[in-house]
Design a protein around this ligand. Structure first.
Ligand SMILES: NC(=O)c1ccc[n+]([C@@H]2O[C@H](COP(=O)([O-])OP(=O)(O)OC[C@H]3O[C@@H](n4cnc5c(N)ncnc54)[C@H](OP(=O)(O)O)[C@@H]3O)[C@@H](O)[C@H]2O)c1
Length: 287
């Protein structure tokens, strides 16, 4: 890639940011397409978020990804917010169109596309289970709840009150039955019995605590119960291993990461990026 005076700038803001895979993914796509863009990472402190978003207009920066801890804070600094980002309550992508800033959430597209294309579920099961009630859970619960064929989503979380609050919110937004429960053995057993898909959105099992899993009782895992784990580091998590040992299909969060990035890229450039190369670029960071 040759950065020129004409190059359009894209980037990601977060704190910390040095661990981010986004520059690898996006610059791989830019290189492959031979387009005049570059993508950089900015470590931004919370107190600087407003100035940075304002600065997008001044610098003419075309787009930003937004990661922890700024996904909520940027919402008050953009000009409009997409329907999905409003529903999820978080912006992970900002698009600057001649000074007019739109906040998007591409995690919804990311997880939906990963489940459809990689897990092969073109039709989602009527009953789905989401483990966790944090930021990723909001995007996943919304993604599941807005599918016509999904009737019920169960949210299991360590802190029951967070599952309850999220369920109330998502039931209003999606019009589906969203049922909260504690993350314990009895709830897992009851929820898994009805479900066709489990999505893990807890951070349990994430590097460096790779031996941990949110599943307490593996007897409730049936061979036809599909797991999608949003955790992408490590590529194969402990919960994925538990499902595979029971003969059940299990998929990791790398594809969600790639597809949410691909959607951001498409919003900014109007071009569909090569997702296989974006994925290779991330996998390259692990080896
Ligand atoms: N693949 C992707 O593109 C993608 C995108 C976004 C996020 N993610 C992944 O999703 C995961 C969660 O991210 P987030 O932003 O939602 O984080 P978050 O808002 O901090 O939520 C963390 C969730 O994990 C639960 N949890 C944490 N430690 C636990 C433990 N020891 N036992 C049981 N539950 C525990 C929390 O439960 P409490 O409410 O009880 O604290 C909460 O539900 C991370 O691993 C992240 O990498 C992946």
């Amino acid at each position: 890639m040759k950065i020129k005076a004409t190059s359009q700038v894209l980037g990601v803001i977060g704190d910390p940011i040095a661990h981010s895979f986004s520059p690898d993914m996006h610059n791989a796509a830019i290189d492959a397409l031979g387009i005049d863009f570059c993508y950089v990472a900015f470590r931004v402190k919370s107190e600087g978020v407003g100035a940075v978003v304002k600065g997008l207009r001044e610098f003419g920066i075309l787009g930003l990804n937004v990661t922890i801890p700024h996904k909520l804070a940027v919402m008050e600094h953009v000009d409009q917010i997409s329907e999905e980002a409003l529903a999820v309550g978080a912006v992970n992508t900002i698009h600057n169109e001649d000074g007019n800033l739109t906040g998007h959430n591409t995690d919804v597209y990311g997880v939906t596309t990963a489940i459809e294309r990689v897990a092969g579920l073109t039709t989602f099961p009527e009953t789905c289970v989401v483990l966790g009630a944090g930021g990723a859970s909001r995007a996943v619960t919304y993604a599941l709840g807005r599918r016509d064929e999904v009737r019920k989503v169960m949210i299991l979380n360590r802190t029951f009150s967070r599952a309850e609050a999220l369920a109330v919110d998502m039931e209003k937004i999606t019009g589906k039955s969203i049922v909260p429960a504690a993350l314990d053995q009895a709830s897992e057993r009851a929820a898994f019995g009805d479900a066709g898909l489990v999505v893990n959105t807890t951070s349990v099992g994430m590097h460096p605590n790779t031996e941990h899993s949110p599943i307490i009782d593996t007897d409730s895992i049936r061979p036809d119960l599909v797991l999608y784990d949003t955790v992408f580091n490590p590529i194969e998590t402990a919960i994925m291993q538990q499902f595979k040992e029971k003969g059940a299909p299990a998929y990791g969060g790398l594809d969600m990461l790639v597809f949410q990035g691909a959607r951001s890229f498409e919003i900014w450039t109007g071009t569909e990026p090569p997702t296989d190369l974006m994925k290779q670029a991330v996998v390259g960071r692990f080896s």
